[in-house]
Design a protein around this ligand. Sequence first.
Ligand SMILES: Cc1ncc(COP(=O)(O)O)c(C=O)c1O
Length: 389
Amino acid sequence: MLSPQITVATLIPSQRHLFEIPDDVAFFNCAYISPLPKASVAAGERGLARKARPWTITPDDFFNASEAVRTHFAGLINAAPNDIAFAPAVSYGMAQAAANIVLERAQTIVTLAEQFPSNVYPWMALAERTGAQVIAVPRPGDDDWTAALLAAINTATGVVAVPHCHWTDGGLIDLESVGTACRRVGAVLCVDGTQSVGALPFDVMRIDPDYLAVASYKWLLGPYSFGFLYVAPRRQAGRPIEHNWISRRGSQDFAGLVNYQPEFQDGARRFDVGERSNFALMPVADASLKLIADWTVPRILGTLARRTEAIAARARAEFGINSVPSDRRAGHYLGLRFRGGVPVNLPAQLEAQHVHVSVRGTAMRVTPHLWTTNADVERLFTVLRAAVA
Ligand SMILES: Cc1ncc(COP(=O)(O)O)c(C=O)c1O
């Protein structure tokens, strides 16, 4: 997936100095939880300290910081700030989507085999409510998820609920083609971007999803319990799953809050989680999103794709370990597939040497980021050699 436009000059040099990672820690586990950048930690400390001095918190503070973060996230996916709601978890975002989708008994909800549960359970619940059926597209032997998914979309499809890449091994889905197929049959497209947005370009103008939920604590380098829900303009008149004061029109006027207001704030704001003006975490998200905007997603992808490609090629050459072929894998994401499964002692051996990866299904996920150095990669291969040879 190393795009031809990405030249050596556009690669980003190591940014490890921006993180608090000890030299002897090789952290290949962004897909689990990213470390917070130092700037985000400092912003969070300042944010938390504000609550010790509540007399400094003004009514404007409930709005300004969240509107700035809404705008940063919108810019990342080529959306308008109006299209973004705050959703603390993917399960929350998908619950908002599922509550606004009408299905009939004969319809289906299409997912992928072994998909992350937060983008499966809400659909099982919707199926239970409506009598519709959840279908999981089986893992294709040739790793071509796009072809397998497109073959499963037909006139009975009511919802397609998928990620941009598979969380176990980075298997890539061409969401532009899937979006076109959904529009052809009138299906609602719900995307979980948690393992991709921030590292893999996502353009709502090209993909045109109905909903996109993203947790911030992985590839957005942001806080836990914090995330976003993109809601397409055509879906913004829906009913939110909870009703809070701040998402109602005129909520800036604190004195007038008991003049109960039937109208909502503009756009997707009606779907904002209650207490979204999170004084501790909002500044953290703001600092992390600014870093990503400075680096730019195409350069992040180019840099990580080169890194994962080198690791994949070496694992294949030295130990015969395979992974999803580069043209069917998201560039930032790698899953190593050991013949006969991941050796039982390998996770403990890696941990003993402070090499952090994760085992998901039959793949060992290796997800570096801009903090990764060549020395980290050597440390990984030293442990692999000892375990596999
Ligand atoms: C693909 C994917 N989606 C979502 C999540 C997190 O879900 P939630 O925000 O509902 O806890 C994870 C966490 O590992 C994930 O891998």
